[in-house]
Design a protein around this ligand. Structure first.
Ligand SMILES: C[S@@+](CC[C@H](N)C(=O)[O-])C[C@H]1O[C@@H](n2cnc3c(N)ncnc32)[C@H](O)[C@@H]1O
Length: 205
């Protein structure tokens, strides 16, 4: 299903249905960025604001962007902070919303819906200094068939996804001016004998 349509439909249940990927990425982001401080964070694909709320603890202001009006409505209702500017825009279009620069760009569970990583990292690199965070469904899970999906009265809806290998993320970032600070993997129940669920890249410029 088309990504924007899918998230508009998913928005009413995104926060309330069990979702291990959503929850583990939330934990990973908090652990990765704990203790850091940023002036202006761009949260690309903020969804219902699962991470926006916590990012307010580490960033003075946040531009929280999403192209799904449904997801954004949930985020706006959840976070009535004057320090968050919500923007409805498509990351794949021109970044006209980007005025000035950001010292952190967050991509959480977004890049699996983006075919051309290079084009996105090029735009991110143009407005970001010094850092970036990527938290994604681990490609190893995708190799086994995992995809963003949800249930409606008409059955299981599968959101359009692209499989990017670990090297694809790293190389698209480094080709576009970022360097790789760290790479981490998160496992269900912290069981390292299983296939990792979440891949985290911390980037710098
Ligand atoms: C799986 S949700 C993740 C939301 C949030 N980051 C989180 O971790 O809970 C993916 C979000 O990315 C947004 N998204 C996907 N592609 C996008 C695009 N091209 N432009 C803007 N938002 C996009 C979707 O609308 C959705 O809200």
């Amino acid at each position: 299903m088309n990504v924007k349509t899918a998230y508009d439909q998913w928005s009413s249940q995104y926060d309330t249905q069990p979702n291990k990927t959503r929850d583990l990425e939330a934990a990973a982001l908090r652990e990765t960025l704990a203790g850091m401080h940023f002036t202006h964070c761009l949260e690309a694909g903020c969804g219902t604001g699962k991470n926006t709320e916590w990012l307010l603890d580490v960033a003075t202001k946040i531009t929280a962007l999403d192209f799904s009006a449904g997801m954004l409505a949930k985020a706006r209702a959840r976070i009535p902070s004057p320090r968050v500017a919500f923007v409805e825009a498509d990351l794949l279009g021109e970044w006209q919303f980007a005025v000035g620069s950001y010292d952190l760009i967050v991509f959480s569970l977004v890049l699996e819906h983006v075919k051309d990583l290079d084009a996105l990292f090029r735009k991110a690199s143009g407005v970001c200094k010094p850092g970036g965070y990527v938290g994604e469904l681990h490609p190893f899970k995708q190799y086994g068939g995992s995809k963003a999906r949800f249930q409606t009265g008409e059955g299981t809806q599968v959101v359009t996804c692209y499989t990017h290998h670990v090297s694809d993320f790293a190389q698209a970032a480094t080709r576009n001016g970022f360097s790789l600070v760290s790479i981490s993997e998160y496992f269900d129940d912290q069981d390292r004998a299983t296939i990792p669920r979440i891949l985290i890249l911390l980037l710098a410029k």
